[in-house]
Design a protein around this ligand. Structure first.
Ligand code: MEV
Length: 306
């Protein structure tokens, strides 16, 4: 019998990077992409099967050391270090696109292991286990990926504080546009940290914090025009931080030319995805304009009742 754990992707609406420095962040669960992990019994050993690896957990490649550390720590906490088992991971979240793939995979695996051993798993324990892998991925995780990929509501989040669920009910749609280029979250987070001493970087982070706070108010007031304008302003602040790329900028320019309410990169940047806020009746023309420059486009059907 297989014991399943699931999580989903995440989209940062506002506040990536600045969230690492204590400013607020707005994030949405992205249910259209999912991770399913299944833990099952085998006669001996501990193995893992996914698209990138099939074999002994001890020999996972360097790029999967975060996941290995999460599995080891989960089994240790459950006093099942040597229990024979196989973990199979199936994911529709593209990797390194700013959609929280690494946190979601770690979260689904932890849920599945705890399920397999019929152990109670509270949310804080889950988040602390995911943090082990996220800290290895990049040293300064804010925790937003872990929280959003394991929660089913939109979040207003400030690092190390209790997150607030927010109710999103907007007459707008959100397109998620994948450049097809791997994002570089680790490198981007590292470069922002190395340049933190510069006033221009601190100002950009502060601006992102203020824009995110205003975006929360715009969501509460259901003002999609204001939210869109704030998103595009946030993209410019992220450009100042040095975390955009020419492909992301190009997609933002096209979206704005075709009348989007707003658009910006989402997640770690330097590749990965951008998002476009639009009126439902603009969606089709925007998709047609963006498609030739995109690897894939998803749409969050409507921002009603997240
Ligand atoms: C990555 O999805 C979001 C960043 O702000 C990093 C983090 O919050 O840990 C870039």
């Amino acid at each position: 019998m297989a014991y399943i754990g699931t999580t989903h992707g995440k989209i940062i609406l506002m506040g990536e990077h600045s969230v690492v420095y204590g400013y607020p962040c707005l994030a949405l669960p992205f249910f259209e992409t999912k991770v399913i992990a299944e833990t099952s019994t085998i006669t001996k050993g501990q193995t893992l099967y996914c698209d990138f690896y099939k074999g002994d957990i001890q020999h996972l490649p360097t790029s999967m050391q975060g996941l290995k550390a999460v599995i080891t720590e989960s089994l240790k906490r459950l006093h099942k270090e040597n229990a024979p088992l196989n973990i199979t991971i199936t994911s529709s979240i593209p990797i390194e696109r700013g959609m929280g793939s690494s946190a979601a995979v770690a979260g689904a695996v932890v849920r599945s292991i705890y399920h397999y051993f019929d152990a109670k798993l509270d949310h804080n324990t889950l988040l602390s286990l995911i943090a082990i892998s996220e800290t290895l991925t990049h040293q300064k995780p804010s925790g937003i990926d872990a929280l959003t990929t394991t929660s089913d509501k939109a979040l207003y989040f400030i690092k190390d504080k209790k997150a607030q669920w927010i109710h999103v009910n907007l007459d707008a749609e959100l397109l998620i546009v994948d450049t097809g280029i791997l994002g570089k979250t680790k490198e981007a987070v590292h470069d922002v940290a190395s340049n933190y001493h510069k006033a221009s970087i601190q100002n950009a982070l502060k601006t992102l914090g203020a824009l995110t706070y205003e975006a929360k108010q715009a969501i509460e007031e259901r003002s999609v025009e204001t939210l869109g304008r704030l998103m595009t302003e946030a993209h410019h602040a992220l450009q100042h931080l040095g975390v955009s790329s020419k492909e992301l900028d190009h997609l933002v320019t096209i979206a704005q030319q075709y009348g989007a309410l707003g658009s910006k990169l989402t997640g770690g940047g330097r590749g990965g995805c951008m998002i476009v806020l639009c009126r439902p009746n603009q969606k089709q023309s925007l998709i047609e304009a963006l498609r030739p420059h995109a690897n894939h486009i998803w749409s969050i059907l409507s921002l009603i009742h997240i």
